[in-house]
Design a protein around this ligand. Structure first.
Ligand SMILES: [Zn+2]
Length: 227
């Protein structure tokens, strides 16, 4: 069986290498035109202050129905950028409601708003969600896992010793790896680093990430293509 590398979250809409399956995050207003692979669609917290934010939210339901759209994201909260936090929270809540109604998983961005994020997620007990680009503390990781979420680790792993120390502690079935669109850090590098930290082989890690991908997105996108 041929097993690809899964890049759980990217902004790079260029075609990936043949052995990489990449999920690209798109603004709903861009979704129909810009991408033919797998994608998530959502209003990024940084875009919540843009004049077209409401138009993007209005376009989200139709964007979710596009071919290849497997989830909602990147959405979330950011204390340092975007609209004032109350407005970000209401925009996030609307997108979470849509994801729940459509039974789509959610890819989340969170900067210095962990308690607020967990409050917004609380009404959606059956929602599948993952925090991407995680750089929080071990205590925050525990609270996310306790709330039922997954954690996606990106290029920060290569420079953040605390994150490297956390990686072996995370349950493998709740873990994803991502480039977040950083072309200077190929996804293969992150797989090798994580496999080393966890004392496992890269092939076993690839299989685990494909399994997680299929569980998270609720469809055998990769099995259909690679089994
Ligand atoms: Zn991102």
């Amino acid at each position: 069986m041929y097993v690809p590398f899964v890049d759980f979250h990217s902004h790079d809409a260029q075609p990936a290498l043949p052995d990489v399956v990449r999920v690209v995050s798109l603004n709903p207003l861009d979704a129909p035109i810009h991408h033919e692979g797998l994608s998530t669609v959502g209003l990024h917290p940084w875009s919540t202050a843009l004049p077209n934010a409401e138009a993007a939210l209005a376009a989200l339901p139709a964007a979710c129905a596009q071919q290849g759209v497997v989830g909602v994201g990147e959405v979330g909260l950011d204390r340092l950028r975007g609209a004032p936090l109350p407005q970000q929270r209401s925009m996030l809540a609307r997108q979470l409601q849509l994801a729940a109604a459509l039974q789509l998983p959610v890819v989340l961005h969170c900067v210095r708003t962990w308690p607020e994020l967990l409050v917004e997620l609380r009404p959606f007990a059956t929602l599948r969600w993952a925090v991407h680009g995680f750089r929080g503390s071990p205590a925050v990781a525990r609270s996310l896992l306790l709330a039922g979420g997954c954690i996606s680790i990106g290029p920060a792993l290569l420079s953040d010793a605390r994150l490297a120390g956390l990686v072996p502690e995370l349950p493998l079935e709740r873990l994803f790896l991502e480039t977040d669109g950083h072309r200077d850090v190929p996804i293969q590098v992150l797989y090798r680093r994580v496999a080393g930290l966890r004392g496992m082989g890269v092939d076993a890690l690839k299989c685990a990430m494909v399994h997680n991908f299929n569980s998270f997105f609720g469809q055998c996108v990769l099995s259909d293509r690679y089994n």
